[in-house]
Design a protein around this ligand. Structure first.
Ligand code: PLP
Length: 416
């Protein structure tokens, strides 16, 4: 739906993705905005006016990008940072002091959970994890609760929680509702429209969209974002101007890319569900997904993220993943290319098999970030890999010399 913007020009989300944040029209204006590779800027000799300094996040590349993301999210303000974790760190620390308490979803990105457990706990900030779909989750609220933290959709089960009850509880107890919406992108879901206070993105994923830049963003009211900005300035998490330019350029095609990610998600999920070798497909666009109804109501698209469990579990998974030719084994998500990973080796590597199983992630669970390739080609790749893994051809076809690729990440760190 088109929305009126400042100068009276109406922009739908595709138009915003291309034009929002651009320099105003003028003869000689570069159509692709300049990269301002300058740390500092000439200032007023008497010290009046804002001091421009790239670590402060007020380089013209930061400003253009923040304006574009804020428009897409329908936010008063946006802060961009050097990574999704930098954005999440700034958001959380701007709302929390020593002695405060966080109520967080059990389904959080591993890095965020590690930040809560290892860093915030050292500052005397405790976290209680809850299943936000359980009717009694709000019993975890304490007088000291200052943040409720959720992800939408969750990784890797793609559960969708309606934020309305979370908003009600958060605002009833004076807490800030922070939601990581990386998997949705502002094309598929805009949390602020549903009462979320701060939305956080790893812009490394769909916003950047080409697996070539690490960045993060926080959007919300000017007051809340300014508080996060203060932390970001002190922690020195500013995005490099060239990286900001890359994200800005990536977002120009965001709406177009999401259209294809959404279409590929629906097509591949429906196809996979019909295959005899497939035990379960986790995709919110399928009627079999537990949150299909709420997802249909809240989302403008079901996205390109998909979970897959094969008959035969982890052993078959290894052969299947090794036999894929177009789909590439790598952590992270949201790029134009289809990536495949096993959460036990990437995002959930720090949890034991039992802890993962308790979250519904059995060994052998495969996560796909479907790219923008032709769905037919992806389906052929998947079919051939299934044939290889299940012995139709008698051996694993197309197996690359991957060795440890389907094993541990080696460093034992959580990756996307
Ligand atoms: N949030 C989610 C849902 C993620 O998947 C990731 C990384 O994979 C992050 C945050 C952290 O983002 P970054 O790697 O840009 O710091």
């Amino acid at each position: 739906m088109a929305e009126p913007v400042g100068d009276g020009v109406r922009m739908g989300r595709s138009t915003m993705a291309v034009h929002a944040g651009s320099e105003p029209a003028a003869l000689g204006r570069p159509i692709s905005g300049a990269i301002v590779q300058s740390t500092t800027f000439e200032s007023d000799p008497l010290g009046t006016g804002e001091v421009l300094y790239s670590r402060y996040g007020n380089n013209p590349n930061h400003r253009r990008l923040e304006e574009k993301i804020a428009r897409l999210e329908g936010a008063e303000a946006c802060l961009v940072a050097g990574s999704g974790m930098a954005a999440m760190g700034a958001a959380l620390l701007s709302c929390l002091d020593s002695g405060d308490h966080v109520v967080a979803s059990t389904a959080l990105y591993g890095g965020t959970k590690a930040f809560l457990d290892r860093e915030l706990s050292r500052l005397g900030i405790q976290t209680t994890y809850v299943d936000l779909a359980a009717p009694d989750w709000a019993e975890a609220i304490r007088p000291s609760s200052r943040v409720i933290l959720a992800e939408l959709p969750t990784n890797p089960l793609l559960r969708i929680t309606d934020p309305s009850p979370l908003v009600e509880v958060a605002h009833g107890c004076g807490a800030t509702l922070v939601t990581d919406v990386t998997f949705a992108s502002p094309i598929n879901f805009r949390g602020l429209e549903h009462g979320v206070d701060l939305v956080v993105h790893s812009a490394t994923k769909y916003l950047g969209g080409h697996s070539d830049v690490t960045a993060g963003a926080v959007c919300g009211s000017r007051d809340l974002v300014d508080r996060a900005r203060e932390r970001a300035r002190l922690f020195g998490t500013a995005l490099d101007p060239h990286a900001a330019w890359l994200v800005e350029r990536g977002i120009k095609t965001l709406a177009l890319r999401m259209e294809r990610h959404n279409a590929n998600g629906v097509t591949v999920a429906a196809w996979l569900e019909q295959q005899p070798e497939v035990e379960h497909v986790h995709y919110p666009g399928l009627a079999s997904h537990p949150d299909h109804q709420v997802a249909s109501r809240l989302l403008d698209g079901f996205g390109g993220m998909l979970g897959l469990e094969l008959v035969g579990g982890a052993e078959r998974t290894t052969e299947f993943v090794r036999a894929l030719r177009i789909c590439t084994v790598a952590p992270s998500l949201g790029g134009v290319e289809t990536l495949v990973s096993e959460p036990r080796f990437t995002s959930h590597v720090k949890l034991s098999a039992e802890e993962r199983a308790a979250l519904g992630i059995r060994d052998g669970f495969i996560r796909f970030s479907l790219g923008i390739e032709d769905a037919d080609d992806l389906i052929v790749d998947l079919r051939e890999a299934l044939d290889a893994a299940f012995g139709v051809s008698g051996q694993v076809r197309g197996s690359r010399e991957m060795g440890a690729v389907v094993g541990s990440t080696g460093k034992g760190e959580e990756t996307g």
